[in-house]
Design a protein around this ligand. Structure first.
Ligand code: PMP
Length: 287
């Protein structure tokens, strides 16, 4: 089936969608994005993603597109037109396509931002068998830029990190800066020691995950102890459990780091419980 995608105000078949070669997203990675999951045809944590998008645009002085207030309708319409039960909606906004390539930002009065949305169909997204076995990660040096709190489309290093993991027979990489874990290539990283959930504090060094915020809130509501602070790979190797969170993986157990098993080498009870709580609670308030 040909997907229907959204480009600058129009719903079009994917093979008819067009973006200018002068688009700054293409030439300069001058764009921001969001990924929202869909379960049972409904959007998970949409308000959180919309809020972070506004912040990313603001931090980059990027003009807000005219359709910004209608983003929920556009997401829903794409889910409907593409008949998505479980999957993802990808959204990207760039600074648009000025008349020529130039490092300076174009005048927002004459250059409109480019807005693109498309769906990805992922039947059974929340029932991934991997959640039952867990994933393996390797550690690599974090070589990204210093404003990782802005969700930009410059994903080359995370993409290289994923390839390094693959080459090492692992599923993902945890990035390390000044001896401390920042985050996974496309997810936030956690360890559990003596029933305390430990994850890096917020700052410019990591993306402020929407799933992270929800999971920490649910954990606190369930009287679990949470410490938002840096941790090392050495500490992670001695942890009882480890896991990651993201909008597309939800809560995913990590059972191996740099070839060494974590805990029993199988998903632990706390990560499994957090996954259950996150999915249950998020489905209840999905839109
Ligand atoms: N960190 C990075 C670097 C990411 O790319 C992502 C996913 N986009 C996350 C964390 C998780 O964020 P969220 O829970 O909002 O998907």
């Amino acid at each position: 089936m040909t997907r229907t995608v959204y480009v600058n105000g129009a719903y079009v078949p994917e093979d008819e969608a067009k973006i200018s070669v002068f688009d700054r997203g293409f030439l300069m990675a001058d764009g921001v994005y969001e990924v929202t999951s869909v379960l049972d045809g409904k959007l998970i944590d949409f308000a959180g993603h919309a809020k972070r998008l506004e912040r990313s645009l603001g931090e980059l002085d990027m003009p807000h597109p005219a359709c910004l207030p209608d983003l929920l309708d556009i997401h829903r319409e794409l889910v409907r037109r593409n008949d998505i039960t479980d999957g993802l909606v990808y959204l990207q906004i760039t600074r648009g396509a000025p008349a020529d390539r130039d490092f300076t930002f174009p005048d927002p009065a004459t250059t409109e931002p480019t807005v693109v949305l498309f769906t990805q169909n992922k039947p059974g997204l929340a029932d991934s068998p991997v959640a039952k076995t867990g994933i393996k990660v390797i550690s690599i040096e974090d070589q990204r830029w210093a404003r990782r709190d802005i969700k930009t489309v410059q994903l080359l290093f995370p993409s290289m990190g994923k390839m390094m993991a693959k080459a090492a027979g692992a599923d993902d990489a945890w990035m390390v800066e000044d001896g401390a874990v920042t985050e996974g290539t496309s997810n936030n990283a956690y360890i559990i020691k003596n029933n305390t959930i430990i994850t890096r504090h917020l700052g410019n060094e990591i993306l402020h995950g929407i799933t992270r915020a929800a999971v920490l809130r649910f954990a606190k509501e369930a009287q679990m102890k949470v410490e938002e602070r840096s941790f090392t790979i050495k500490e992670a190797l001695q942890a009882d459990e480890a896991f990651i969170t993201s909008a597309s993986m939800f809560v995913m157990p990590v059972v191996e780091i740099d070839g060494a098993t974590i805990g029993a080498g199988t998903p632990g009870p706390v990560a499994a419980r957090l996954r259950e709580i996150y999915l249950d609670e998020s489905r209840k308030v999905a839109v």
